[in-house]
Ligand binder design. Structure first.
Ligand code: BJW
Ligand code: ZN
Length: 246
């Protein structure tokens, strides 16, 4: 199967990759819905909402501080690095991520479309002004926006919120044009991100899934690799590069 996908990549011009929490799992970042996806007793659907922030901002900031602390300590893994190399095999390549951890950029990927924001930035709930400081926020004394007095929140996309319009537009455009689309390490249940692989497939792309567990996409995919991305992606790159040299 790896050889077949390598052949497809060699004949393709446009590639799109969509990643989710699974690609960072081998770096030590917990996924959302796996066994380690719970923080204290909360599910992400209970904390990643504006309603949670309005009613319990302290609790929400505790969660984000905990995650910021964890992400500061981790490094990109072989899966992230392989995607940097994969880009070079296409004339046109887009890396679309649902992750907020910044590990693709840290690995060296260029032009990463971050659908759900970035955990290291903050913004004002009222005027949306961005604050670049990566410092933890004191949950007991959440700073107010100097511009308007609104509370400062993480610059991420919560349930019920719109994704950044230009980013999601570009992600759909690239998906519609893709010859090959890779869905990697995502449970493929959170929309609109979960619509991207289906959009690509409907428009004629070959769909490749990499995930140790089956997802709603698995039925649709042309190739399903039931493996961890930190193992599978470097293996794919090795096959691709040896066949390109031959
Ligand atoms: C490995 C591995 C290894 C493990 N290697 N793999 C259409 C239908 C139904 C619902 C909706 C719809 N359209 C919109 C909705 C509502 C909602 C939604 O999708 N709900 C679903 C739960 C049903 N969507 C929204 O609200 C979105 N906004 C929106 O649509 O706006 C328009 C609108 C506004 C108002 C009203 C109506 C519409 C916003 C979604 C925002 C999601 N935000 C979060 C939090 C981000 C901030 C933060 O990080 O704190 O994004 S939730 C969380 O889920 C996070 C993730 O990016 C996202 C996806 O999770 P992901 O990446 O798939 O992780 P997991 O844990 O689920 O899966 C990990 C996978 O990795 C697993 O499969 C493992 O097997 C695998 N894995 N180890 C490879 N080593
Ligand atoms: Zn403000």
């Amino acid at each position: 199967m790896l050889e077949k996908v390598a052949e497809i990549i060699k004949d393709a011009r446009r590639g799109v990759v969509l990643t989710g929490a699974g690609i960072s799992a081998e770096s030590g970042v917990p996924t959302f819905r796996g066994q380690d996806g719970l923080w204290k007793q909360y599910r992400p659907e209970e904390l990643a909402t504006m309603e949670a922030f309005r009613t319990e901002p302290q609790l929400v900031w505790e969660w984000y501080n905990w995650r910021r602390g964890l992400i500061r300590q981790v490094e990109p893994n072989p899966g992230h690095h392989a995607l940097v190399d994969l880009a070079a095999h296409f004339d046109d390549f887009a890396l679309v991520t649902q992750n907020v951890d910044g590990l693709h950029r840290q690995a060296g990927s260029k032009l990463v479309l971050e659908l759900h924001g970035n955990i290291m930035r903050s913004k004002c709930v009222e005027c949306q002004r961005l604050y670049e400081s990566e410092e933890d926020i004191d949950p007991g004394n959440i700073p107010a926006c100097p511009e308007c007095g609104g509370k400062i929140r993480p610059d991420v996309v919560w349930f019920g919120e719109m994704l950044p319009a230009d980013v999601i537009r570009e992600a759909f455009e690239k998906s519609e044009q893709a010859d090959v689309f890779f869905s990697i390490g995502t449970s493929a249940i959170v929309h609109p991100a979960a619509s991207l692989p289906m959009t690509a497939k409907r428009a004629g792309a070959i769909l490749v899934e990499i995930n140790p567990e089956r997802t709603p996409l698995s039925e649709l995919a042309d190739f399903c690799f039931c493996e961890k991305s930190g193992f599978l992606l470097p293996s794919l790159l090795a096959v691709l590069e040896s066949s390109t040299r031959a």
